[in-house]
Design a protein around this ligand. Structure first.
Ligand code: T5A
Length: 217
């Protein structure tokens, strides 16, 4: 029998350069300073198998373009392994799990932007994640062009990966997808304006997460 999940699961979502990674490190410090035990994790590529999958997904192969359905399956295989090896054990131990991207990214990227059938993508995501569901998702809402420029500036070589290099229109579809998800589940998916300076985004996200933890315990 599966053990109960005592922990608190939070995901951060948004388009490229929305500031998830920067914010997650700050939130981890905030929570640990208050005595919480935290696992900071990300998708794709956190498990050993996931590291291989990440290379297949993000590296450009001009000769063998990745099919949208194959791409979807790779993200899901990464997630299944990630949940099994990292997320579920941490939640069983009662930790706060902060995860950089989860199922909402799959719906926004593979559903909205790649054009796969959104309800079916949601269904298959549910099959993979089972009852491991975020209690809170912070959607960092940044204008796609602004986020892409941040990513470009942050990349030392200036070389973007396979998904970052997609067209601006593709990234606008992702943005639309995240807004749609937020409208479907406004209680779980809370929008934070990530066009603002990082200090303001941090304060807003910190208040949100601490308020939700108080409600939960
Ligand atoms: N993907 C993922 C799918 O297609 N389907 C899926 O199911 C899943 C799980 C993963 C890729 O896979 C896709 C989405 C992605 O394309 P990745 O390398 O793991 O790629 O990278 P991302 O998750 O996209 O993360 P990034 O590092 O690109 O962006 P972040 O984490 O959102 O942004 P961050 O914090 O690194 O910041 C980028 C730059 O902006 C600055 C930072 O200092 C940094 O220089 N910055 C700000 N500047 C001004 N104002 C602010 N508010 C700022 N916040 C950050």
């Amino acid at each position: 029998m599966e053990k109960p999940l005592k922990g608190f699961f939070v995901t951060l979502e948004g388009g490229e350069g929305s500031g998830k990674t920067t914010l997650l490190h700050r939130l981890k410090d905030d929570l640990e300073n208050e005595g919480h035990s935290v696992l900071l994790t990300f998708e794709p590529g956190c498990s050993e198998i996931g590291k291989q999958i990440r290379l297949w997904i993000l590296e450009e192969s001009q000769n063998h373009p990745l099919e949208p359905l194959a791409e979807l399956m790779l993200f899901l295989a990464d997630r299944a392994q990630h949940i099994h090896e990292c997320i579920r054990p941490a939640l069983e131990e009662g930790k706060i799990v902060l995860c950089d991207r989860f199922t909402d990214s799959t719906v926004a990227y593979q559903g909205f932007a790649r054009g796969l059938d959104v309800p079916r993508v949601q269904e298959i995501c549910e099959l993979v994640s089972g009852y491991v569901k975020p209690f809170l998702t912070i959607f960092l809402d940044v204008e796609p062009v602004v986020g892409l420029e941040r990513t470009r500036q942050a990349t030392k070589s200036g070389k973007m990966d396979r998904i970052e290099s997609e067209s601006v229109e593709f990234h606008k579809q992702i943005h639309k997808g995240f807004h749609w998800l937020h409208e479907q589940e406004p209680q779980r998916i809370v929008l934070v304006d990530a066009n603002k300076p990082i200090e303001e985004v941090h304060q807003e996200a910190k208040t949100l997460i601490f308020d939700r933890i108080k409600e939960y315990v």
